[in-house]
Design a protein around this ligand. Structure first.
Ligand code: DGT
Ligand code: CA
Ligand code: CA
Ligand code: ZN
Length: 568
């Protein structure tokens, strides 16, 4: 289940959105947005905090603290409920479109009577937006792009939402089963999840199905049977539970992990060997006798394949590689020695330098980079003085952490011409520089990214496509040219682990790998709770077939430092 913090943060963000539709004051809207971020990143569970304790959280004043108390007592914020009733549902549906703000949504509703995404598509087709103040051909194009992004994500949820829910279900059901785990796209670590698939082994399914169907967050039982039950949760997400006998566990897990395409390819190999593979086991086609079924390893081994890690099961060459015994040794969480992209409250993070460093030390890292934003991101108000003061602070802090090497870095902004915030002199004072696109998202980015790679101080391209899953498309670029520049200049590409980014995406990672590019799997943490997001970036990295040698932050510090020198 989502933490209370996430629900409160969503309600506060919704409050900000609703107020901007109803013409609320700007400073209030920004205060709610800041509060939503602060609550989402706060390490303590807000449902356990008193009014006094809530007010001690940065960016939470008396009024907002009281709204959280309201949530703790009633499960919602009453002001949000009241505002919802004042705004036509159609207008709220329109604001879901990436790039369409609340005011323009309201304008479309009031002036043209548009109350749904479909009606908007029709209106654009009929040219009805042309004469509307504040709209034009360019905005029509952007709206259609936004609608495409929205539809692509249709009904799928981000991996962190699905993981948290699935882990809670598995924890509840495990005591009632011999085995219990998640399968489907979640086990394969896909960036978005259509529905959650849970598999359990037990002699009888009665108690498991009953417990599952009556979980507190279940709003509807879609189908209920002895072998399979499907439910819908408060978040609208579907969860399927399948219960199998223990001796068919391996075959069932293999089958329900998918992907469908991987399973088809594996079944073809079975057929050629005179065998038949189903969720019940691997059978001899002639005699119908069971050959193996209890573990996945046995099933793959009997077919002459090495066991295929779930993150590779997409029929993208893994079956052939498994046949030849040439699957890569994939990078794993345990391989990471440090994190090279993180923020503190000096810019838009919510934890202090001391808190972030203490958390990194607790994770057992060998090195850790602080990379606060650079001056061109104007709202972050960075200055040379502030950056140098932070460096002095880091040097002082280093004495308390004999086992953790602190690196001072920054996240630069790649401008319209591919230049970054500071000159070479100032940049040479940093241990590591990440450079990212934070502007001009709709223009071709090839030349800018290549110019950034050619800067001798830029080590890592941060979240390279700049996409936001479900809300902002990737920047357009000739990626093969960008990857060539990365490989040529010794610039790593980031795998940003934020669940809404997961950037580079898996398919581009594989393409970059063919050019010999190196990668950095980073948290981009803006709060201590974000550090654990590395597990999601790791799924994406594995789906891109990365090995430890491809990932610079698995390397010992000496080798990393050599890479960061970039031949200078
Ligand atoms: P999703 O839910 O859209 O994120 O993606 P999956 O892969 O979890 O798909 P889902 O939930 O429909 O099915 C879970 C797994 O069960 C799937 O990866 C493979 C297996 N499976 C389900 N239906 C079929 C089928 O008709 N044929 C085969 N070969 N496998 C199936
Ligand atoms: Ca699924
Ligand atoms: Ca399913
Ligand atoms: Zn960034």
């Amino acid at each position: 289940m989502a933490r209370a913090n996430d629900e409160v943060a969503e309600l506060l963000q919704e409050l900000a959105d609703l107020l901007s539709i109803t013409g609320g004051e700007g400073f209030k809207i920004r205060a709610y947005e800041k509060a939503a971020k602060a609550i989402a990143g706060h390490p303590e569970d807000v449902s356990t905090l008193s009014l006094t304790a809530l007010k001690k959280i940065p960016n939470i004043g008396d009024a907002i603290a009281k709204k959280i108390v309201d949530y703790n007592e009633t499960g919602t914020i009453r002001q949000v409920e009241a505002l919802r009733t004042q705004i036509p549902a159609g207008v709220r549906a329109l604001t879901e479109i990436p790039g369409l703000g609340p005011r323009k949504a309201l304008q479309l509703h009031q002036d043209l009577g548009i109350a749904s995404v479909d009606e908007l598509v029709a209106a654009i087709g009929e040219g009805r937006l042309r004469d509307l103040k504040g709209f034009g051909a360019k905005s029509e194009e952007n709206l259609l792009r936004g609608i495409a992004v929205l539809r692509e994500s249709g009904g799928r949820v981000l991996i962190d939402t699905a993981t948290e829910l699935a882990e809670e279900i598995v924890a509840t059901l495990s005591p009632l089963a011999l085995r219990c785990t998640c399968a489907g796209s979640l086990r394969r670590g896909k960036e978005t999840i259509g529905d959650i698939d849970i598999l359990a082994a037990a002699p009888s399914s009665t108690e498991l199905m009953e417990t599952f169907a009556t979980l507190p967050f279940v709003t509807e039982v879609i189908a209920r049977g002895e072998k399979k039950t499907s439910v819908r949760t408060t978040k609208g997400l579907q969860v399927d539970l399948r219960v199998v006998p223990l001796d068919s566990w391996g075959a069932a897990l293999q089958y329900f992990t998918g992907s469908k395409e991987h399973n088809v390819a594996v079944r073809e190999i079975a057929v050629r060997a005179g065998l038949k593979l189903s969720e019940y086991g691997l059978f001899d086609t002639g005699t119908d006798e069971l050959v193996v079924s209890s573990t996945e390893e046995e099933v793959y081994a009997r077919l002459g394949l090495s066991w295929v890690p779930p993150t590779l099961r997409e029929d993208a060459g893994e079956v052939q590689a498994a046949l030849r015994g040439e699957l890569p040794r994939l990078v794993q969480l345990e391989d990471l020695r440090g994190d090279l992209h993180s923020h503190t409250d000096l810019t838009d993070g919510i934890a202090s330098l001391e808190e972030m460093v203490a958390a990194a030390a607790a994770l057992g890292y060998a090195y850790y980079a602080i990379t606060d934003h650079a001056p061109d991101l104007v709202m972050q108000r960075m200055t040379d003085e502030k950056m140098l003061a932070q460096r002095a602070q880091i040097q002082a802090l280093q004495a308390s952490y004999p086992d953790l090497v602190l690196l001072h870095g920054t996240e630069l902004n790649i401008d319209a011409d591919g230049r970054v915030d500071w000159d070479g002199d100032f940049l040479s004072g940093f241990d590591v520089c990440v450079a990212s696109i934070h502007s001009y998202f709709t223009e071709d980015a090839t030349a800018r990214l290549i110019a950034a790679c050619e800067n001798p101080h830029v080590n890592i391209i941060g979240h390279p496509t700049a996409r936001r899953i479900g809300s902002r498309p990737q920047v357009e670029a000739d990626w093969d040219e960008v990857f060539k520049a990365c490989a040529r200049t010794g610039t790593a590409l980031e795998v940003d682990s934020f669940p809404s980014r997961l950037d580079l995406p898996d398919s581009l990672i594989r393409r970059a790998l063919r050019h010999g590019v190196k990668f950095s799997i980073d948290s981009d943490a803006h709060a201590i709770v974000h550090m654990k997001n590395l597990r999601y970036g790791m799924c994406t990295a594995q789906r891109g077939w990365l090995t430890p040698d491809d990932v610079i932050n698995t390397w010992p510090l000496d080798r990393l430092r050599e890479f960061l020198r970039k031949g200078r």
